[in-house]
Design a protein around this ligand. Sequence first.
Ligand SMILES: [Zn+2]
Length: 315
Amino acid sequence: MSWLGGPALIHVRGRDPSRVRLVSGGLHGNEPSGFHAVHALLRDPGSLATDVVFLLGNVEAALLEPHFSHRAVPGGRDMNRVWGGDDPSPLGEVARQALAQLEGLPLEAGVDLHNNTGYNPIYAITIADGAVRRPLARAWTRRLVLYPGTYLGTLLEQIEARAPGVVIECGQAGDPESDLAAERGLRNFLEAGDLESIPEGEPGPPQTFRSLGRVLVRPEVSLGFGARAEAELRVDPGIERWNFVELPAGTLLGRFDGAPPLLLEGGELEVDAVLDQRDGEVRTRVPLVPVMLTTRPDAAKLDCLFYVSERIDEA
Ligand SMILES: [Zn+2]
């Protein structure tokens, strides 16, 4: 990777050059699976069904010591928030140039590869419900999470303006299994002649979830993991294993002193619709599925404790 030194777009020919698929890896420098998968495909592309444009993202952040430890360059922008077209930062300019290169290409589909910091199984994200995105996601995973109406300046929003796309969260960063799963799915996606015939990357019935919002810790509340943590809100560190597990109503998530410590943002519901915060205990009020639950206090305070979602698939 170091020979590049910065973001790159690489166009590789496939069997049918009248169609193009986009693959992005490494928009976040601390998420190695996308970098590894793109490099593996560049070294040995196999039989690509269509032309492929590979985007290598925040190489500069990834190369900071120790490698793959920085989401972004300190003081720099998050490279998955600069795609709205008007971001004034240097990465915003990179995004505009990349989109200009894609303009006019017959884009058929796009995927953006990421990792989670916490323990999560591999899953896909779509911001536009629809039958076409399920087979795309299926190249990697049976889990699809719908995020309705996001306007964050992400690459996925720009892909969706042109063609169907998904984000793949390839599992925990730094786990070799995540890198392998990212590459395996990518080959499924890129070798299939058409989007409907993509091989399934994971056995089992498909599962669909709808995100209801992000659970935030109130800024003034201290957060700790473990029953003896010196903090106003104390969460069991074992709950990381509950990502994508359906929790029944009444499940104990944590204990607190003082006022209710959690908020819900980014959805239509109030926090009281999904969580009970009474008598010093936080419990689920309704059956729900946590996604991206993290037990790193810094990440939980900066971003969110977890995304609340509900299982919506029918037979
Ligand atoms: Zn990411």
